[in-house]
Design a binder for this molecule. Structure first.
Ligand code: SF4
Length: 803
């Protein structure tokens, strides 16, 4: 029995063989000794006072507490004052941009501080830790416990058949990797995964290594978060990235925040929204849950505002049904179209539409024929609310649309993105100051990694240039994305899996299936700073290669190095660590990649891998030659704040094949829930960064000491004869397949009828691998039909704690 998914004191899972029509179970408690469930396992999450404004004094308290406890007072002060500074290091958490000018001494949020504290912790995992704990024992611990154990310090090897890791020297580790890779029948039996932590330099070398080996199997975390944005926007406007600069937020008259929770996922975005709101900008929040960050914000940078009630952020909140966004946006656009007819063409940007777009007539016909009853029913929003949103869009001279995974992680994620693009194009809200589209990235360099070549289907132009630059012939056939990587592992096609950062097991769907797939590999390699469950569910042989973190000095043969990243708005900037490395055995990510490459490709590569690592300027010179937009990279990235990459649509030039922006027509998605079923969306808590669990509280939603909760409308609870606080099992249905996640506590919440929400990765077990977005193949985590069953676990539930 193997625990796969244990993100709290009460969470674990058992392995069950899947078969069509059978319910697969992820149990919350897999016991070593049946019947001897420890008391903590019996504790359910508590409902507590819900904070009504984001950030504020509590956030400062959390920041200081976390920083001092993890790093010590001196280090905390020294380190945090270098986060997001032009001479410091990039926050390892989200990809929200830093101010172009006039940075303040404290340019970070509570979540950034948690990420920094987590990396710069004083705790260490020494080889003795692995001597003491077998892998089976470690699997019984929670993900939060792993996070608390500190930094990995030494390369570790799990020999085939062993239940323990043991130390290994770097050279031996590289030799092992080389032997395995070189023994493959085809380079396509290996995959090279990248998380958004990797720098441009590490990612570029990594892609080069994979391609010199002979494969484009380069799955990345972008496959999981914003692949639908890339696919949708590339087709609609010619670039898969944001078209705004951070300064645009100050000039906007309206900002639509769609399927995004900035208060938890991109907290410093609230400062921009606060500034905008104070300028009179109307902020419209479209989301199934009214998230605290969009209601009120107390800016920690403004001592006086900390004592008051905070700044109201959203002028209008539309509680859209889960995946009701296409319907809602169609409703808003239909209102705009009708207003345009009434005003004799003064609402829509007719000249722009005629000269710079295509496909408008089809969209107009679709909107005209759209049925209001269907729009209201599918969106869950009243006609009055839709009119109000349309009115804001019509009055806005400058409008920005932002979104995140509430939009992309649906079967129709690409359609969602393109419908947002339609909405913006109607009034030419792209390519002008204060206007544009902004898919907000969740991990600090996920966008940069893609820019420098981490993609399973980079263009022929890129591959040709790469081959010319390094004198080799890169493979042209497309490789595997994240979902196809798991499928290839499961079928036995993929034998070696190397992960440059991340927690692939927790980030991907269908946890049980994915775990079994990973276990079929011959070798898995994790390049990591901290322990996670992915180090314990491994191939037959496994390696942990510990690397430097963002906070740490990176000393190479020619001296101290810096690395570079690209944020959400396409600014490439440098990041230079300030702390001594957590262990003398750590290597930088570029050095580890080069070490693997040199050993594996010996005699077959013309690349001077050691030379590149001795001076990262050399890597950047090659990037400059291969990737457009990086001219004078080494000079410009040394300018304080770095430089913007070129962005056609931002500059008013659509870089599609036709040179025009494209309207696309998409139907309103149908869900056909069966009687009694609910639509589940997954979300993250405020004590969490992607798959990293810092704690078990979510003060913005009034949850403490647990994560297995299901946010549900009180009427949906009553209709099922249940009560708030009842424990239920969640049973998902996608096609003919069912999956179960056990023992979630019902929390009555302000969420549309028929919709429920729960935290990931606990609910990833409910999402079958084949449940993906059309055309982007991104897992559809955010619209899962489920039903509830009273949990048979007779567990003590503590009384709710009052405020
Ligand atoms: S907003 Fe994002 S990048 Fe900025 S400090 Fe917070 S977590 Fe870090």
């Amino acid at each position: 029995m193997v625990n796969l998914n244990r993100n709290s004191n009460e969470t674990a899972a058992t392995e069950a063989e899947p078969s069509s029509g059978q319910v697969q179970t992820a149990q919350p408690s897999a016991l070593l000794v049946p019947g001897a469930e420890p008391p903590l396992e019996r504790r359910a999450a508590e409902q507590v006072h819900r904070h009504e404004s984001a950030a504020g004094l509590y956030s400062i308290y959390e920041t200081v507490k976390r920083g001092v406890v993890e790093m010590g007072a001196g280090n905390a002060f020294r380190t945090l004052l270098k986060v997001n500074q032009t001479d410091g290091f990039d926050c390892p958490s989200c990809a929200w941009p830093d101010p172009d000018r006039d940075r303040k001494p404290a340019e970070f949020c509570e979540n950034g501080a948690k990420a920094v504290a987590s990396e710069a912790t004083k705790e260490r995992i020494l080889p003795e830790f692995f001597a003491k704990h077998s892998i089976s024992e470690l699997l019984e611990q929670s993900d939060r416990w792993y996070e608390q154990q500190g930094r990995l310090t030494h390369p570790m090897w799990r020999p085939a058949g062993s239940d323990r890791y043991q130390p290994i020297e770097w050279d031996a580790a590289f030799t092992l990797i080389a032997r395995k890779l070189n023994a493959l029948a085809s380079p396509n039996e290996a995959a090279f995964y990248t998380s958004g932590r990797a720098s441009n330099e590490a990612a570029f070398l990594y892609g080069l290594f994979a391609r010199q080996l002979g494969t484009n199997n380069l799955p990345d975390c972008s496959n999981l978060c914003h692949e639908s944005s890339g696919a949708g926007l590339n087709e609609a406007i010619g670039i898969g990235k944001a078209t705004v600069k951070i300064e645009d937020f100050s000039y906007a008259d309206a900002i639509f925040v769609i399927g995004q929770n900035p208060g938890t996922c991109h907290p410093r975005m609230l400062s921009e929204l606060q500034k905008a709101a104070r300028n009179g900008c109307k902020i419209v929040s479209i989301n199934p849950l009214a998230e605290t960050g969009l209601i009120r914000f107390k800016n920690p940078q403004e001592p006086l505002s900390l004592l008051g009630p905070g700044t109201p952020i959203a002028s209008l909140f539309l509680p859209v049904r889960i995946n009701g966004d296409v319907a809602l946006l169609k409703g808003i656009m239909k209102e705009m179209l009708e207003a345009d007819v009434r005003s004799r063409g003064r609402v829509l940007a007719h000249d722009f539409i005629r000269e710079q777009t295509e496909g408008f007539e089809a969209l107009r016909a679709d909107l005209e024929s759209a049925d209001w009853d269907e729009i209201v029913e599918s969106s869950g929003c009243s006609r009055e609310l839709i009119e109000q949103a349309a009115d804001i869009a019509i009055r806005a001279e400058h409008m920005i649309c932002c979104w995140a995974m509430g939009i992309t992680q649906h079967k129709n994620g690409v359609a969602n993105v393109q419908t947002i693009a339609n909405f913006a194009l109607l009034r030419a809200q792209i390519g002008r100051r204060g206007a544009g589209l902004c898919p907000v990235r969740g991990h600090s360099n996920v966008q940069g990694d893609r820019t420098v070549g981490i993609w399973e289907k980079m263009s022929d132009e890129f591959l040709t240039k790469l081959g010319k630059e390094f004198d080799f012939s890169p493979p042209k056939a497309h490789g595997l994305d994240a979902v196809r990587t798991i499928q290839a592992m499961a079928s036995g096609q993929l034998k070696v899996f190397i992960a440059l950062g991340g927690n692939f097991l927790a980030a991907t769907p269908d946890t049980q299936h994915t775990a079994r797939a990973i276990q079929r590999c011959e070798l898995t390699v994790q390049i990591s700073t901290k322990l996670n469950r992915g180090h314990l569910i491994t191939g037959q042989e496994a390696l942990i290669l510990p690397c430097l973190g963002r906070t740490e000095e990176d000393l190479q043969a020619t001296g101290a190095q810096f690395v570079t990243m690209e944020n959400t708005t396409g600014v490439v900037h440098q990041s230079r660590g300030v702390l001594p490395p957590a262990s003398k055995h750590l290597r930088s990510e570029p050095a580890i990649v080069a070490g693997m490459a040199q050993k594996t490709l010996a005699g077959r590569t013309k690349t001077d891998w050691a030379g590149l690592v001795s001076d990262y300027d050399r890597i950047r010179e090659h990037i400059e030659h291969v990737v457009p937009g990086f001219a004078q990279y080494n000079r410009r990235v040394r300018d304080p704040g770095g430089f913007y990459l070129p962005n056609g649509p931002r500059e008013g030039k659509f870089t599609t094949r036709s040179g025009k922006a494209k309207f696309t027509v998409h139907p309103i998605p149908r869900h056909d829930l069966r009687p009694g079923e609910l639509m589940l969306t997954t979300l993250r808590s405020h004590d969490q960064f992607n798959t990293t669990i810092y704690g078990e509280n979510d003060r913005y939603r009034g949850i403490a000491n647990g994560r297995r909760v299901l946010f549900i409308n009180a009427r949906d609870i009553a209709e099922r004869g249940l009560e708030s606080g009842s424990l239920v099992d969640l049973i998902s249905r996608v096609g003919d397949e069912s999956r179960k996640a056990e023992r979630f506590k019902l929390v009555a919440y302000d969420i549309p009828l028929g919709c429920v929400a729960a935290y990931y990765p606990e609910t990833n077990v409910l999402v079958p691998l084949q449940n993906v977005a059309d055309r982007s193949n991104q897992p559809a985590f955010k619209s899962i039909p489920i039903r509830l069953e009273p949990s048979p676990a007779a567990l003590a539930v503590p009384a709710p704690v009052s405020a």
